[in-house]
Ligand binder design. Structure first.
Ligand code: KIV
Ligand code: ZN
Length: 385
């Protein structure tokens, strides 16, 4: 049996930070329940110190959801941690996620501190959080740009202090997959107590690398991935859950499995898009409108002969239903025939060739060819028969 990959969903925390995506508590509960049905392991429900509304959301989600661990974010500050702990009082399984910046930028310019002080603050935060819960995750903010030895050292110390999960965020989306994988490999090779904690990936998408970096992290030993539905999140977004889950499912060589109920992916994506008022780009992998739509003649012919000629995922497996053959001026005769057959008009040979030529003329002047257009084109044949 392959190892379990823990799915940590931060749609309601990192995703919800996006301007215009804010949800009220009721809406957050709806999303949290959908995430539970989807089979996520951990729901990061909010950053309770940030506002009374966020505090209340974590509290109410903790009551409404039973299976996933409920996680609350805090800075490495006692007051934050206390408030996070209070917000989790109804959680069946609660986790505090605390941490601090670890890159030279963050240490020098944001925190105006020293590496030694950062380690001391990280350790103190973890120890303080362990007074309230057994499950404490430490985030090393901007780990993607941190000094390797310093990152390894702080991770060793926070694990000694009681961190059960160590999160290695590429906060600025800076890394290339090889670099991010090497950071995880270095932790595994150089931190003596690393086996006492789960390593988590948390990748942002500023260079469009979030999914690739996350998968690379898993290939190098990370066993928790922090993701959002549709990849929503600040700036260019976070790692998209559906992409990572399906990449893992498609590539058996990555010897891990998730508990995600993949046929629920599409509906969860639509729900989040609708509630957060955040449209999904049509060519978005897995859940975009065009993800299973074939429009060029060669591809259409291929997919009609055998789906797997041009599809690596069965659309049913992500809840999309059927793939579609779109009729455009790039479509071939096979696609036209496929649509005519569906209308009950079976044309062959010369008749099909004639209709196809008329179809191309129409399609050159029109973006989408629909049912009405097709019936117009074949009217003569239907009447004759
Ligand atoms: O991107 C990041 O570093 C974060 C942390 C707060 C976990 O979101
Ligand atoms: Zn983040």
């Amino acid at each position: 049996m392959s190892e379990k990959l823990w799915i940590f969903d931060t749609t309601l925390r990192d995703g919800e930070q996006v301007p215009g995506c804010q949800l009220n508590t009721q809406e957050k509960i709806v999303v949290a329940k959908a995430l539970e049905e989807l089979g996520v392991d951990i729901i990061e429900a909010g950053f309770p110190i940030s506002s009374p509304g966020d505090f209340n959301s974590v509290l109410e989600i903790s009551k409404a959801v039973s299976n996933p661990i409920i996680c609350a974010l805090s800075r490495a500050v006692e007051k934050d941690i206390e408030v996070a702990a209070q917000s989790l009082k109804f959680a069946k399984k609660g986790r505090i996620h605390t941490g601090i910046g670890v890159s030279p930028y963050h240490i020098q310019f944001k925190l105006r501190s020293t590496p030694e002080d950062i380690i001391a603050r990280g350790v103190a935060a973890v120890k303080f959080a362990r007074r309230f819960v057994d499950d404490v995750e430490f985030y090393a903010e901007d780990a993607g740009r941190a000094d390797e030895d310093f990152l390894n050292k702080i991770i060793e110390e926070v694990i000694k202090a009681g961190a059960t999960v160590v999160n290695i965020p590429d906060t600025t989306g800076y890394c290339l997959p090889e670099q991010y994988g090497a950071i995880i490999a270095s932790l595994r090779n150089n931190v003596p107590n690393i086996d006492k904690a789960i390593i988590a990936t948390h990748c942002h998408n500023d260079l469009g690398m979030a999914t690739a970096n996350t998968v690379s992290g898993v290939q190098h030993g990370a066993r928790q991935v922090e993701v959002t539905i549709n990849g929503i999140g600040e700036r260019a977004g976070n790692t998209s859950m559906e992409e990572v889950v399906m990449a893992i499912k498609c590539h058996k060589s990555i010897d891990v499995h998730t508990e995600i109920v993949t046929p629920r992916i599409y509906n969860t994506s639509r729900l989040v898009s609708k509630l957060m008022n955040m449209p999904v780009q049509p060519n978005k992998a897995i859940v975009g409108r065009n993800a299973f739509a074939h429009s060029s003649g060669i591809h259409q012919d291929g997919v009609l002969k055998h789906r797997e000629n041009y599809e690596i995922i069965d659309p049913k497996d992500v809840g999309v239903g059927e793939s579609t053959i779109v009729l455009t001026a790039r479509s071939g005769r096979a696609a036209l025939k496929h649509h005519l057959d569906a209308l009950g008009v079976e044309l062959e040979g010369e008749a099909l060739r004639e209709v196809y030529e008329e179809f191309l003329i129409l399609a050159d002047s029109k973006r989408d060819i629909g049912r009405k257009d097709l019936l117009g084109l074949v009217g003569k044949y239907v009447e004759d028969s």
